[in-house]
Structures are given as structure tokens and as C-alpha cells.
Design a protein around this ligand. Structure first.
Ligand SMILES: [Zn+2]
Ligand SMILES: [Zn+2]
Length: 369
């Protein structure tokens, strides 16, 4: 199959012919139809995350089941599916504790760039092993997934939209709905308006938030935010005191909830200072390895009973939340089509990464035909 192989951090990926083995017991082979280019792919490619090389990136995809391994009964050949980047074993401590995205079996495999049995299904023409990324590696015509990472959906859902539900939408929407539990009338401030930030904005709006503030240094994002329902835009480069600007928009108290969707300490610190007493900050953005946050006014944090929560995959149970989100899309309440900014070919992947590095307005999606 054709796949984009990453050999070295920061160096162009190479489109190669890669051999993919068939699915083993409990695994599913999926023909990828659409794969979103996510900021986590970019930061991993930039060397900000741990990775075994060579490797195929891609963790936000939709496709059609091509082949199933023995023991698989959730899907059959021809089913349309959304792929989760955190398939779960269902048996470990975290799966039993209803935190499936912390699954220990998945975590071990993902950090070694292999499938659950400790081996890879991917090889270069010279026999060298290619590693999996989040066990998904969807910047390729086909991928192998554990059965729990493959969620069947209606074939009427456009592949581009389905792909984005696999990461950005669930991460952002879930951060607002599951982790921050935004309620009608709330004020919500969001830092960083990429695919995840826009999804958080849509989730907060759908939950009935009244004041929706977006903070992003890219001046184009003001207009983008308005299109997705933001009521106010703050450019941190132009405003001397962002928390003060947020307070002015929220009865002088601060926002009920803040979502940091960048993974930068400065933004996180602003978010903590921007919420009211008893408010909540969700740390959603993927910070680079080693990034340390200082808690501004830690005493005030205690005195004001502020809460900070790490938000991973939107606090979702992917198998349930994908279906819930696509139901809202189907009924017209979640305009996910607007998130797809551009479709590109697999061959254009390096250009797509560079565009994302410069700050792409919405989502770029690789379309396979
Ligand atoms: Zn992602
Ligand atoms: Zn598990």
C-alpha cells in the first residue's frame, strides 16, 4: 500500500510502498477513506513527542472495513467506521474504572509503536519494520486496528466529517461537555482556535453557553470564531492583560469555564487567572515534553476554590461519544462540515504540515480515492 513514512523528526515524510500484514486475532483491517491532519501529528513530527522511527503518523481517520481477524464480531467487511486513537482492552484497571482512554494495554503498545501483541504489521520493501502511531497510522491507504478502536457508523456520514470525530471533535466537544460540564447561561473562554478549539466552541455553544470568548494571537481567528458562535474575540498580542479582559466580559468575576487548547504555559496561566472562584480550567492542548506550568497566584487558586482538570480525548468513552456526536451532526445541531477547510492528497502531506505550522484556519483532511 501507499503510505507516508516518517524517518526523522522535522524531515519531509516520504510516500513509500509499505507492506501491511492482515489482521491477527481481534484485529480489523480498514481501508482509510479520510484522515485529518491534527496538531498532535505536527508536534510529534516536530520531535515534541516520544516516537519510534520509522513510523507512519495519522490518528484521526474514517474508513471502510476491508478484512476482519478471528474473533471479531463488532464489524464486518464493508462497514463504515470511525477510528479511535485510543482503543481499549476492556479488562485492565483503567478500563474497569471507566477511563478507557487510559487503558494500560493500549498505553504499552502505543509507547512502543506496536500492536497489542508487541509486533508491527508494517514493513518497508527492504524488510525494515515500520512502527505504528497510536496503533492507528492512518496516513496510509490501509491500517490495522484492535477491534475496540473501530466504531461502526452510518454510511451516509461524509468520510471527512467522520474522520474529524476520531480526534479533534471528540477532544474539543468532550472537553466542554464531559470535563467542564458547561451549562446553559455559562461564560466560557477558549484559548487556541484550531480544530480542537473550534470543537470546544461548538460543544460549549450547544450546551447553552451565553458568553463565548476566544483567545488566539492569529487575527484571522476572530472572524473564524464568530462563524462558529463566539461572542467575543481577544488577541493576546494586543491586549495588555488577558484575564482582566475576560473579567470585563463576565460581570467582573471571570469565566465559569476556560479551555486551554494550545498546550503553552503562558496560555494556561492566563486561563487560570481568567476563571471565577469555583470555576474550572481544562488543560486540553498537548504540551511539549518537559513543558512546565507555574500556577499563577496558587494561593488564590486555593482561596477561590478553582479547579484544574487534565482533559484527554475529551474525557470520552470513544465508542459511545462518537455515536452521540454523530447523532447531533445528523440532526443538524453540530455543524461539523464547517470544520473541514480543505481536502488534500496523501502526496501533499508535507505541504499540509507546513500549512498547519503557519496556522491553518480549520482542518485539512487527506482524502483517499
Ligand atoms: Zn489529534
Ligand atoms: Zn484496558
Amino acid at each position: 500500500m501507499k503510505a507516508a513514512v516518517m524517518y526523522e523528526a522535522g524531515k519531509d515524510m516520504v510516500i513509500e510502498n509499505v507492506t501491511i500484514d492482515g489482521p491477527k486475532h481481534g484485529e480489523v483491517m480498514v481501508r482509510v477513506t479520510a484522515a485529518g491532519v491534527c496538531h498532535s501529528d505536527l508536534s510529534t513530527w516536530q520531535g515534541k513527542g516520544a516516537l519510534k522511527l520509522p513510523c507512519i503518523l495519522g490518528h484521526e481517520a474514517a474508513g471502510v472495513v476491508e478484512k476482519i481477524g478471528s474473533g471479531v464480531d463488532r464489524v464486518k467487511k464493508g462497514d463504515h467506521v470511525v477510528l479511535s486513537w485510543a482503543p481499549s482492552c476492556g479488562r485492565c484497571f483503567y478500563c474497569q474504572a471507566r477511563l478507557p482512554t487510559q487503558c494500560e494495554v493500549y498505553g504499552r503498545a502505543a509507547s512502543n509503536g506496536v500492536m497489542w501483541d508487541g509486533t508491527s504489521r508494517l514493513r518497508l520493501a527492504d524488510g525494515r519494520v515500520v512502527h505504528h502511531f497510536t496503533t492507528q497510522s492512518s496516513f496510509a491507504e490501509y491500517c490495522i486496528m484492535p477491534e475496540s478502536g473501530v466504531v461502526p457508523i452510518s454510511s451516509s456520514i461524509p468520510a471527512n466529517v467522520a474522520a474529524l470525530v476520531g480526534c479533534a471533535v471528540t477532544t474539543g466537544f468532550g472537553a466542554a461537555v464531559n470535563d467542564c460540564r458547561v451549562r446553559p447561561g455559562d461564560s466560557v473562554a477558549i484559548w487556541g482556535l484550531g480544530g480542537v478549539g473550534l470543537s470546544a466552541l461548538m460543544g460549549a455553544k450547544l450546551s447553552g453557553a451565553e458568553t463565548l470568548i476566544v483567545v488566539d494571537p492569529n487575527p484571522r481567528k476572530g472572524e473564524v470564531g464568530t462563524r462558529f458562535g463566539a461572542t467575543h474575540y481577544i488577541n493576546p498580542k494586543e491586549v495588555p492583560d488577558v484575564p482582566d479582559a475576560v473579567r470585563q466580559l463576565t460581570h467582573g468575576r471571570g469565566a465559569d469555564a476556560a479551555l486551554e487548547c494550545i498546550g503553552k504555559s503562558a496560555a494556561f496561566e492566563q486561563a487560570v487567572l481568567s476563571i471565577r472562584g469555583g470555576g474550572i480550567v481544562a488543560l486540553v492542548g498537548q504540551a511539549p515534553r518537559g513543558e512546565a506550568f507555574t500556577l499563577p497566584a496558587a494561593r488564590a487558586l486555593m482561596g477561590q476554590q478553582k479547579r484544574i482538570v487534565g482533559s484527554h480525548y475529551g474525557g470520552a468513552v470513544p465508542e459511545q461519544d462518537f455515536i452521540r456526536i454523530l447523532g447531533l451532526y445528523d440532526s443538524g445541531r453540530l455543524p461539523l462540515d464547517a470544520l473541514v477547510g480543505k481536502t488534500v492528497a496523501l502526496e501533499d502531506i508535507n505541504a499540509a504540515f507546513r500549512a498547519l505550522e503557519r496556522g491553518f484556519d480549520t482542518r485539512q483532511v487527506i482524502a483517499f480515492d
